[in-house]
Design a protein around this ligand. Structure first.
Ligand code: GMT
Length: 381
C-alpha cells in the first residue's frame, strides 16, 4: 500500500509511534510518505520505501498565527496526487485530522477518494482536545474520519465520555520491537553514571506538569535515604528548572542528573534498574513500555492506560496519583535484593511482549485495507 503518515516530528510519544509504525510498514514492503514540518527525530531515510515531504509555512507580516493546517492540507493534496497515495493516516487529532479532512474534500472535487485513519494519542483528547476552544472542531474531525483508533481502551472510554462520537473507535495499542530492545548493548557503560553499589533510577518525559516530575524527585529522595542510588532525568520541558531547584533544596543535586533530550534512551535504559512514571494522566505510557522492553521494572501511577501496560506486582507496581510514599515503598521492595530485581526485570520483558510490533502493526494494515475497500464503494447520494 502507499500510505501517507502525518505526525508531530518532535520527541513526543505520538511522533515516536507514528515514525516507528512507518518504519515497520516500510520494512514489510509498503511505500511510506511522512508529511510534516520537520524530519521526525527517529526517522532514518535509508530505505527506498521511506519518503519525507516537508510542510513549509512562509512567514508573512499579516499572520499573527501561521496557517499550518492550510499548508498541510495543500501539501497532502499535492502528495496524494503525485505519489498516488491510497490511505492517509493522521496521528494526533489536533490539527492533523482537521487538515486531513480538508485535503480529502479537496481531492473529492477531483474525483479522488482517499480514506483517512485518525489515531488518537491522549492529550489531543484529554488535555487539549476537550477544551471548549477546540472541542467542536475535534468532534467534527473524529466523526468525519473513515477509521478512528485509540492507543488504549482507557483513551477510547475517555473519548466517548468527553465527545459526542458517532464512529466506532478501534483500540490499537502502541507497540515496541522487542527483539531489537533485548540486550542491544554489550557494554552498558554503567560505571560512567554510578558507582558499583548504586542503583540507577530513570524517568523519561517532556517534563510537563502532567508528568508530575516533582513526584519523581520526592520518590527518589525517599529511595536514596535507604539505598545508594542515582536518578537520571531524560527530556526537556517547562518543569525542569523547578525540579532542579527542588533537588538543590533537598541537597540531592549531586545524585540527580538532568541529561536533556536524548537519542540514546535505550542505552540509558540498558543500565537502569527502575523506571518511574507518576503521571497525572497517561493515555498509554509508551515510555513505560520502552523501559519494560529493555528489562526495567516500572513504578507508575494507576491513571489512564497505564494499568493496561504496567501490570501490578508483575512488571512493577501502580499507585494512586500523588501517593509518593507508597510509590517509594514499592520501589524499595523491587530494589531490595538482586534476586527480586532480576525477577521483576524478567517479568517486565514478558509483560512488554504483549505489545510486540509483530502483533500490533498487522492491526493497522487490516484497518487500512478495509478503509481502502470501503472508499471504493460509491456512497449513496
Ligand atoms: O505526553 C507525552 O509524552 C506526549 C504525548 C504525545 O502525543 O506525543 O503522548 C501521548 O501519546 C503517547 C503515544 O501514544 C502515549 O504513550 C502517552 O501516554 C500520551 N500522553 C498522555 O496521555 C499524557
Amino acid at each position: 500500500m502507499k500510505i501517507a503518515i502525518v505526525c508531530y516530528p518532535t520527541f513526543g510519544g505520538s511522533g515516536v509511534v507514528a515514525t516507528e509504525l512507518g518504519l515497520a510498514l516500510a520494512e514489510k514492503g509498503h511505500e511510506i510518505h511522512f508529511i510534516t514540518y520537520k524530519q521526525p527525530v527517529r526517522l532514518e531515510l535509508l530505505s527506498k520505501n521511506i519518503h519525507f515531504h516537508e510542510v513549509s509555512v512562509p512567514d508573512y507580516p499579516l499572520f499573527h498565527y501561521q496557517p499550518y493546517e492550510l499548508a498541510l492540507s495543500s501539501k497532502l493534496v499535492d502528495m496524494v496526487k503525485l505519489h498516488k497515495i491510497e490511505v492517509l493516516h493522521v496521528h494526533y487529532a489536533i490539527p492533523h485530522a482537521y487538515a486531513g479532512y480538508m485535503a480529502k474534500k479537496m481531492l473529492e472535487e477531483e474525483n479522488i477518494h482517499i480514506p483517512m485513519v485518525t489515531t488518537l494519542h491522549g492529550t489531543d483528547i484529554t488535555l487539549v482536545g476537550s477544551h471548549p476552544f477546540y472541542k467542536t472542531a475535534v468532534t467534527f474531525s473524529i466523526n468525519n474520519s473513515d477509521v478512528v483508533t485509540s492507543v488504549s481502551q482507557s483513551l477510547k472510554e475517555d473519548t466517548l465520555q468527553l465527545f459526542d462520537i458517532k464512529k466506532e473507535i478501534h483500540v490499537v495499542p502502541n507497540f515496541i520491537d522487542i527483539p531489537k530492545k533485548i540486550n542491544p548493548f554489550t557494554d552498558c557503560q554503567r560505571t560512567m553514571m554510578a558507582d558499583r553499589d548504586e542503583r540507577i533510577i530513570t524517568h523519561v518525559s517532556n517534563l510537563r506538569k502532567v508528568k508530575r516530575v516533582k513526584d519523581v524527585i520526592e520518590i527518589f529522595d525517599r529511595i536514596q535515604k535507604k539505598i545508594p542510588s542515582k536518578l537520571i532525568i531524560v527530556g526537556e520541558g517547562p518543569e525542569r528548572e523547578d525540579c532542579e531547584r527542588l533537588c538543590a533544596q533537598k541537597g540531592i543535586e549531586e545524585k540527580v542528573l538532568f541529561v536533556g533530550n536524548s537519542n540514546e534512551v535505550d542505552k540509558i535504559l540498558c543500565f537502569t534498574d527502575l523506571f518511574i512514571l507518576p503521571s497525572e494522566k497517561e493515555s498509554f505510557g509508551l515510555a513505560a513500555l520502552e523501559a519494560m522492553a529493555c528489562g526495567v521494572p516500572v513504578i507508575s501511577s494507576n491513571t489512564g492506560g497505564l494499568p493496561e501496560v504496567n501490570i501490578q506486582g508483575v512488571s512493577g507496581f501502580l499507585s494512586e496519583v500523588g501517593n509518593v510514599a507508597e510509590m517509594a515503598e514499592n520501589a524499595l521492595k523491587i530494589l531490595a535484593t538482586e534476586k527480586t530485581l532480576q525477577t521483576f526485570k524478567m517479568q517486565a520483558i514478558e509483560a512488554a511482549m504483549v505489545y510486540d510490533t509483530k502483533k500490533i502493526v498487522p492491526m493497522y494494515e487490516n484497518l487500512y485495507e478495509a478503509a481502502i475497500d470501503n472508499s471504493r464503494i460509491p456512497k449513496p447520494q
